[in-house]
Design a binder for this molecule. Sequence first.
Ligand code: GLY
Length: 390
Amino acid sequence: MSDVITSPEIEMISDLEVTEAIDAVCAQVRRNLTTFTHAAQNHSSVDNFYPAVPNDQWTAGFWPGSIWLAYEATGDIAFRAAAEVQVQSFLKRIENRIATDHHDMGFLYTPSCTAAWKLTENLDGRWAALLAADQLIERFQEKGQFLQAWGPMGEPGNYRYIIDCLMNLPLLYWASAETNNPVYREKALAHTRTTLAHSIRKDFSTYHTFFFDPETGAPAGGATKQGYRDESAWTRGQAWGISGLAYCYRYDPNPHYIATFEKLLAYYLERLPADLVPYWDLTFVDGDEPRDSSSAAVVACGLLEMANHVGINRAGEMRALARRMLGSLWRDYAVRDPKVSNGLLLHGTYSKKTPFNSCRGEGVNECVAWGDYFYFEGLTRLARSWNSYW
Ligand code: GLY
């Protein structure tokens, strides 16, 4: 393991700090209910403040996920009522297929609607999540055996999956268990096999996206959209890979997932700066490039999930490392003053434009919706035994 893990410089977050952090987060979520009960949060903040937007982005599920976590932490019915308004918006979105021409049904429907079902037996939440699972398996490409990430099905420029999609698969596993229909699970397993075969390089860095030949289904090569360049390791892609394997292991306890998780994690840890919060691409290990705090939150949650599935000694190391990461986030990245931001976690990076990538460039050094959510999920996992939404 990297020296960073045993570094005494970053202290583990204590139980008292976890309580303080959750109190701070719940207070911020409560303040935000006024603006965001009947609206969605933008994918990222603008000068640290999220604008209200319609429910049409891939990121809209994270805010209701945070509301559900706040409801669990406090038992306050005001949170539940607001989350239920969100569930209705998500039901309308999937029934009318509003901005659903992509694979992020798990990111959208797990924290919002599966959570609603699991926590409160909300039938609309269950139905919306099942409709979302139906939409997701429609994106399965037999030629290549993957869930197409973006755009109209079969479009040559979009004949690819992205590593992030591992996090969408728990929705499919859940749907199979819920309906006794194996088809969702079969697609999830096939997509995972494809991801493990093609996304991971020899050094255990990862490609963000991977293309196939639409005619033959033959692998056509890796590329980036949001990373620095095609052959670099986009930090959040690596983080989604790490946590995606941990979250899928719960449904498919394949030892290969643990072995690969460890390798991806080792690559990631070797490139962390001293405070355990990575730069936005793992090409960068020091200097002035923006950080991506959201990746640290995602990896902390992956560690806490995987700790449930490994031996006691390794589980202890994983939990200690997650506590260090969350300690760093709470002390130096968390929002403590609502005048500074209406988010939860500062210094995330959504998409940084470079001469070598194809993203638009937005949300750099800002709060990002999934960073807030996974920070809160990580704190929740430390606070008590948590029944996962995923
Ligand atoms: N899944 C897209 C992102 O992490 O930005």
